[in-house]
Design a protein around this ligand. Structure first.
Ligand code: DGY
Length: 334
C-alpha cells in the first residue's frame, strides 16, 4: 500500500472545470488524485494554494492565481514538476523562479488567437461606433428620439483609416487578417523586430512605436504584458497620439497607465478607448474611467467563446499530463 501511495500523483486544479476535463486528466495519468478548489467562479484562496503546495506534483492554474517565489518556496522540490496555466499570458507566473526550480510551464497559445482577435474587432467597432451609448439610448425611457443625421451616436468607421497594431504575434496577425475586410487605408505594426514574411501577405508595414502612435487612427494593443511593456502607454505616448484616435487594449491592463489614460480621455488628448483588460481586475466600480462617456470597458472576455475556452482547458490538461509523465508538452513555455 505504501508503494502505491508513493507512486500516487496529486495535482491541484485551482477552479472547478467541466467534468470532462478532469476525466481526461485521469485517463492520461494513472493513480491520480485531483484536488479541486471548490468554486467555478471564485479564485483559489491564497492560503489554500500555499497549504496544498507541499503535497502536489503539479498545478493546473488560471491567470487569477499567482505562481510566485512564495508558492515555489512551499513546494516539495523532489516531487513538484509542472505548472500548467489555462491562459496564453504568463504574467501571473514567476517564470525565472520556475526555471531555477526545474519546474516546467505549460500554457495555451494558438487556441485562443481567433477568439481574441474577434473580440478585438468587436470592441474596436463597439467603441468607434458608440454601441454602448446606442444600447443605453434604446433602453432609457424617452431617450430614443427621431432618427437624427448628426448626433452624439455618430462615430467613426475603419474604412480608409490607419490602424496600428502594437504587437504582431499570433493575435496581432489575426487582427490584421480580420481588418482587411474593413478596407483600412493602411495597417502598420510595431514590436521588437520587423516580420516581413508574415506582414507582407497582410499588407502590414513595420514602423517604430512613436511613428505608429503619431499616424494611427486606431491603435490596438496585442503585445504580451511583461516588465518591458508595463506602462508603455503613458503620458508621453498619449501626447504622440492623434486627438481623435481610438485606443483598444486586448492584452494586459498593465500595458496602460490608467491615470494617464484617464487624463488623455478627459482632456481631449485622445478620442476614445476600448479596454478588455484593466489593472486591477475586476476594475473597482468607482474607477474614474467608468464615468467617461468615451471609454468602453469589458471584463476580460477576449477568449470567452465556449469552443475557445474548451480548447484552452483541454490544452491545459494535456500540458499538465505530459509534464508529469516527463513527456513533451503540446505547448510548453521554453
Ligand atoms: C490569456 O489566455 O492570457 C487571456 O488573457 C485570457 O484568455
Amino acid at each position: 500500500a505504501s508503494a502505491a501511495a508513493a507512486s500516487r500523483l496529486r495535482v491541484l486544479v485551482t477552479r472547478q472545470l467541466p467534468d470532462k476535463f478532469t476525466a481526461s486528466l485521469r485517463r492520461q495519468l494513472q493513480h491520480l488524485e485531483i484536488v479541486t478548489w471548490p468554486s467555478a467562479t471564485q479564485p483559489v484562496e491564497r492560503k489554500f494554494l500555499l497549504d496544498e503546495a507541499a503535497k502536489i506534483d503539479g498545478l493546473l492554474c488560471l491567470l487569477t492565481d499567482r505562481v510566485d517565489a512564495e508558492f515555489l518556496g512551499r513546494v516539495d522540490p523532489a516531487r513538484f514538476r509542472a505548472v500548467s496555466t489555462m491562459s496564453v499570458g504568463v504574467d501571473h507566473i514567476d517564470v525565472a523562479a520556475c526555471r531555477a526550480a526545474g519546474v516546467r510551464i505549460g500554457y495555451t497559445p494558438g487556441v485562443l488567437t481567433e477568439g481574441t482577435a474577434d473580440l478585438a474587432l468587436a470592441l474596436l467597432l463597439a467603441t468607434a461606433r458608440r454601441l454602448p451609448a446606442a444600447v443605453e439610448t434604446v433602453r432609457q425611457p424617452g431617450a430614443w428620439g427621431p432618427w437624427c443625421p448628426f448626433d452624439r451616436l455618430c462615430g467613426r468607421g475603419i474604412g480608409g483609416s490607419t490602424v496600428g497594431l502594437v504587437g504582431f504575434g499570433r493575435i496581432g496577425q489575426a487582427v490584421a487578417r480580420r481588418l482587411s475586410g474593413f478596407r483600412p487605408g493602411r495597417i502598420v505594426y510595431t514590436g521588437p523586430r520587423p516580420k516581413p514574411e508574415l506582414a507582407g501577405p497582410l499588407n502590414a508595414e513595420y514602423v517604430k512605436f512613436e511613428q505608429l502612435l503619431a499616424e494611427s487612427d486606431f491603435v490596438v494593443i496585442c503585445c504580451p504584458g511583461t516588465p518591458d511593456t508595463r506602462h508603455l502607454f503613458n503620458k508621453e505616448a498619449f501626447k504622440l497620439m492623434r486627438p481623435d484616435s481610438i485606443l483598444i487594449n486586448v492584452s494586459r491592463g498593465t500595458v496602460v497607465n490608467q491615470s494617464d489614460l484617464h487624463e488623455a480621455l478627459s482632456s481631449g488628448g485622445i478620442g476614445a478607448a476600448g479596454l478588455d483588460v484593466t489593472d486591477p481586475e475586476p476594475l473597482p466600480s468607482d474607477s474614474p474611467l467608468l464615468s467617461l462617456p468615451n471609454c468602453v470597458v469589458l471584463p476580460h472576455i477576449g477568449s470567452a467563446d465556449v469552443a475557445t475556452r474548451e480548447a484552452m482547458a483541454q490544452l491545459a490538461v494535456d500540458n499538465l499530463a505530459a509534464g508529469l509523465l516527463g513527456q513533451k508538452m503540446p505547448a510548453e513555455l521554453l
